[in-house]
Design a protein around this ligand. Structure first.
Ligand code: F6P
Length: 538
């Protein structure tokens, strides 16, 4: 097992981190001077022969082509200096060591330990993780093989995961992304919305005698999840499952086993994770059970191994070659210096249909903060608005605004190099998809100038004021910063690496902005008010 040599025992300089703000760092000042004076991407691409090679990085089966970011060598160097001056390496090592970097909840942040193996977090945590992972994968395989049987001694044909936010988005997204591996197991359904129709539309088509309900909730108190869980129990009874046998159709996944036990979930069907795993970082834990039931325990372990490969790269690669660090620094350049408030992410692989909602929670619930870790208001812009979806569909909808609207929207394209569909014309489909991805990336970067557009129109027969007016409608300013992330193929390991890449991107940006990415007080007020309204109505 590879070690994490980056995680040295150097202590993080917490007092200076608690007080400093990024604007005081010399590199921030340098970057401020560069902002506003970058050449057009068209010129950057044409004038710098080594650009594509210099700005292309690979790790864990993923390649980042950042040649279409609005960067010059001087800006690239200043961004790296920014990461070093922000003590990024020391902050990263503190996370891997299990220091309580989640200051407002006084907890470590150790989702990295869930990928398995030994690490600087210590043997006790590794042992807990290995035990629970083993239990979870065994159970998943028993459900898949039919060894785990229902109260009527039948195999489970359907599994319904009840959870919301981090207890839903990760496994649901990954199950779609790995759908090519799910055809042999039971059908796995995901219900997050407490609107009765959402649950009913799943339950009406399945047989209670052959259904396993998985209730996924870190706290086991979330109102939406508990509403759906209670409704499922009632449905099991109404469908003829005897009260004393309902437990055979139920599973709990939680970091609060006392609460699930109080609600009657048996210990042998309760799978655990820990308070040092944030909900949005929990797909690697027992929370991944519905995914493991879908793809099998061995593929789930491959998924973890892919994430671990990205962790090792994050800990070991120098800043200039470090894929998550570079992705994060480009985001900071766009957010803080080019002043772009949003980040569009578009996938060109249809199986990654839910990747953007998943990353949206990960990024916006983590870095949507306005308070510096020392307690003062932050004096820089923090997490951007993350949005997007499938690029091919976006091309025929909101891409109009990206190309010709008044906002500059940085874009991250995600593509897959290898096709794995058995459809006879799969290679043709794949060619169309990736051709479009490349064309959009190039069109956004280069645009088409007024002069070039006018020449084209004049060649097609337009002249005078008519040609000039049309040219103004049909020109493209371009200069839209974008990157392409290429996955070698879409398999469990590459998916694990992709998620870990974004986790470390979010970490890096928070470390530079000096905010706590691991609390989520912003979602509390609405919950508290809903509770208060419920109580006053009772
Ligand atoms: O409301 C947001 C949130 O707290 C997320 O952070 C979390 O993933 C989700 O709710 C679900 O919480 P739980 O797993 O405790 O039900």
């Amino acid at each position: 097992m590879a070690s994490f040599p980056g995680a040295t025992p150097d202590s993080i300089d917490m007092p200076s981190l608690q007080h400093a703000t990024p604007t005081e760092l010399p590199a921030w000042q340098t970057l401020t001077q560069h902002a506003g004076a970058t050449p057009h991407l068209r010129d950057l691409l044409d004038s710098d022969a080594g650009r594509v090679q210099r700005l292309t990085l690979s790790a864990a089966g993923i390649t980042l082509d950042a040649s279409r970011q609005r960067l010059t060598p001087a800006i690239e160097q200043a961004l790296q200096a920014l990461a070093a001056e922000a003590q990024l390496g020391q902050q990263r090592d503190a996370m891997f060591r299990g220091e309580h970097i989640n200051l407002t909840e006084d907890r470590p942040v150790l989702h990295v330990a869930l990928r398995g193996g030994q690490g600087p977090w210590g043997a006790a945590i590794s042992a807990d993780v290995a035990r629970e992972l083993g239990r979870m994968c065994r159970f998943a395989d028993e459900v898949r093989s039919g060894a785990c049987r229902s109260s009527t001694d039948e195999t489970f044909t359907d599994v319904v995961n009840i959870g919301i936010g981090g207890s839903d988005l990760g496994p649901r997204m990954a199950a779609d992304a790995l759908a090519h591996l799910t055809h042999t197991g039971p059908r796995v359904h995901y219900v997050s919305n407490p609107d009765a129709w959402a649950l009913y539309s799943v339950l009406r088509g399945i047989d209670a005698r052959r259904t396993l309900i998985v209730v996924s909730s870190k706290t086991f108190t979330t109102q939406e999840t508990m509403t759906n869980a209670a409704s499922c129990q009632r449905w099991l009874l109404d469908q003829g499952i005897a009260a004393e046998h309902v437990g055979q159709h139920l599973v709990a996944i939680t970091a609060t086993p006392a609460e699930s036990a109080r609600q009657g979930y048996p210990a042998e069907r309760t799978f655990l994770f820990w308070d040092w795993v944030g909900g949005r970082y929990s797909v690697w834990s027992a929370l991944g059970l519905p995914l493991a039931i879908g793809i099998g325990g061995a593929a789930f372990r491959d998924f973890l191994a892919g994430a671990r490969a990205m962790d090792e790269h994050f800990c070991q690669a120098p800043l200039s070659q470090n894929l998550p660090v570079q992705l994060a620094l480009h985001g900071i350049w766009n957010r803080n210096f080019l002043r772009c408030p949003t980040q569009l992410i578009v996938s060109y692989a249809s199986r990654l249909v839910r990747f953007v909602p998943f990353v949206q929670q990960m990024d916006m619930e983590s870095n949507g903060k306005s308070t510096h870790i020392g307690g003062a208001p932050v004096d820089v812009d923090t997490g951007p608005i993350i949005w997007g979806g499938l690029g091919i569909d976006g091309q025929h909808a909101y891409f109009q605004l990206i190309h010709q609207g008044r906002h500059t929207v940085p874009v991250e394209f995600i593509g897959v190099q290898t096709e794995d569909s058995p459809l006879p014309l799969a290679a043709t489909h794949h060619g169309v998809v990736n051709l479009n991805l490349r064309a959009q990336a190039e069109a956004m970067a280069r645009g088409r100038s007024y002069e070039d557009t006018l020449t084209l129109l004049e060649r097609s027969g337009l002249a005078g004021e008519e040609a000039a007016t049309m040219a103004r409608h049909r020109m493209f300013a371009g200069n839209i910063p974008n990157s392409i992330l290429w996955l070698d193929r879409l398999d469990p390991a590459r998916l694990g690496a992709l998620i870990a890449l974004y986790e470390h991107k979010v970490f890096t940006q928070a470390a530079i902005w000096r905010i706590n990415a691991y609390d989520q007080w912003g979602v509390e007020l609405g919950k508290t008010m809903a509770k208060a309204m419920e109580q006053s109505a009772a």
